[in-house]
Design a protein around this ligand. Structure first.
Ligand SMILES: O=P(O)(O)OC[C@H]1O[C@H](OP(=O)(O)OP(=O)(O)O)[C@H](O)[C@@H]1O
Ligand SMILES: Nc1nc2[nH]cnc2c(=O)[nH]1
Length: 178
């Protein structure tokens, strides 16, 4: 039995979209002091692909967050596990996410980064799952809108695995039972 039930978004589609987004950001941030902040762990592959499609200088850093408690995702309270190391004051910031689901992580992160005096904070997400949104959040740059399915690959995990799959996939349900 294959672990993958279905490829939802292929690596070729991802590559094409990342190129498109890279060109758009290169034009819009030409001559500006830009820092991209990857949200660990899931955002690392998208960020790595994206920055190699940029034609402008860019600084990168990473942040790692975790939701408090078991009611985690509904509380919207986020704990910083690893903060960025650099100042973002007077810089343009783009937060890089693999997926936006309820929107709670991004809402918190955006507000938190705004307290540090950046010129602005925008959001780019490879995937958007709008059916599960709990808070309004502007996604400035978006890869793909997906249905309410649990996906893995392209940075996204199930039980800490499958982040390395090059396509965005839906897993075979059998895997959840094992
Ligand atoms: O919109 P939300 O409902 O807040 O969910 C989105 C967040 O959830 C996922 O991270 P996860 O907590 O699975 O951590 P990981 O990236 O380390 O796998 C994803 O990478 C986003 O950071
Ligand atoms: N791996 C994974 N993490 C998520 N976090 C929110 N939605 C998803 C999803 O579909 N897959």
């Amino acid at each position: 039995m294959s672990v993958i039930k279905k490829v939802l978004i292929s690596r070729d589609e991802l590559n094409e979209k990342v190129k498109e987004l890279g060109n758009k950001i290169s034009m819009e941030y030409e001559g500006k002091d830009l820092i991209m902040v990857g949200v660990l762990k899931g955002g690392f592959i998208f960020l790595a692909d994206l920055i190699r499609e940029l034609k402008i200088p860019v600084e990168i850093d990473f942040i790692s967050v975790s939701s408090y408690g078991s009611s985690s995702k509904s509380s919207g309270v986020v704990r910083i596990i690893k903060d960025i190391d650099v100042s973002i004051t007077n810089k343009h910031v783009i937060i890089v996410e693999d997926i936006i689901d309820t929107g709670l992580t991004l809402k918190y992160l955006k507000e938190m980064l705004y307290t540090r005096g950046p010129l602005d904070v925008k959001i780019i997400a490879a995937l958007d799952k709008p059916s599960r949104r709990k808070v309004d959040i502007d996604i400035d740059y978006k890869g793909f809108t997906i249905p309410d399915e649990f996906v893995v690959g392209y940075g996204l995990d199930y039980a800490s695995k499958y982040r390395n799959l090059p396509d965005v996939c839906i897993l075979n349900e059998e895997i959840y039972k094992s």
